[in-house]
Design a protein around this ligand. Structure first.
Ligand code: SF4
Ligand code: SF4
Length: 152
C-alpha cells in the first residue's frame, strides 16, 4: 500500500513530464527531414579531397608535382602527370584516391605548393555510404571534368 507522500511524488513526476510534453508540442519543429531537407554544411567540414575547380575554367590547377602523394601518411593518393603542350611544366593526367583508407588529415592539401588557391580541397560530401568498396578507387580527374561540364 502506497503512502500519501509516495502518491504525491508520483503525481508530481507525472505533471512535470506532461508539462514538458505540452511545452514542446507548441514549439516550432526542428527535425530535418533528410534526405528531402539538408542542413547547411559547416565551412570547415572535411569530405573527401577533390581537384579544386580552376576559377578561370579549363585545366586543373594541379601541376602533378606529387607533393601530396608523398605527404599522405596513408598512401592513398596516386598522381600522374604529362608535359603541357602549350607551355612549360606538367598537368595532371591521373589523380586517384582510395577514400577507404583516407583519414581526412589534410596533409595533402597543406603540402600542395600551388598558390594562391591550392590545387586540391576538401569536398562537402557527407553522405557517401556503400555496402561495397565503391570509394576505394576514386577518379578525381574524371570528377573534375564532370564538375566542369556541369558548370558550363
Ligand atoms: S587527407 Fe590525409 S589521408 Fe586523406 S588523402 Fe590527404 S593526406 Fe592522405
Ligand atoms: S594536388 Fe598539389 S601537391 Fe598534389 S600533385 Fe597537384 S600540385 Fe602537386
Amino acid at each position: 500500500m502506497k503512502t500519501f507522500w509516495e502518491v504525491l511524488l508520483g503525481l508530481k513526476s507525472l505533471f512535470t513530464g506532461l508539462s514538458i510534453t505540452i511545452r514542446e508540442f507548441f514549439k516550432p519543429t526542428i527535425t530535418t527531414h533528410y534526405p528531402r531537407q539538408t542542413e547547411t554544411i559547416p565551412a570547415r567540414f572535411r569530405g573527401h579531397i577533390q581537384l579544386t575547380q580552376n576559377p578561370d575554367g579549363g585545366a586543373s590547377l594541379c601541376i602533378a608535382c606529387k607533393s601530396c602523394e608523398r605527404a599522405c601518411p596513408s598512401a592513398c593518393i596516386i598522381v600522374e602527370g604529362v608535359k603541357k603542350t602549350d607551355g612549360p611544366g606538367k598537368t595532371v593526367s591521373e589523380f586517384r584516391l582510395d577514400f577507404g583508407t583516407c583519414s581526412l588529415c589534410g596533409l595533402c592539401i597543406e603540402a600542395c605548393p600551388v598558390k594562391p588557391v591550392k590545387a586540391i580541397e576538401f569536398t562537402k560530401r557527407y553522405n557517401l555510404a556503400s555496402t561495397t568498396n565503391d570509394y576505394a578507387d576514386m577518379d578525381l580527374v574524371q570528377r573534375y571534368k564532370d564538375l566542369q561540364a556541369k558548370k558550363s
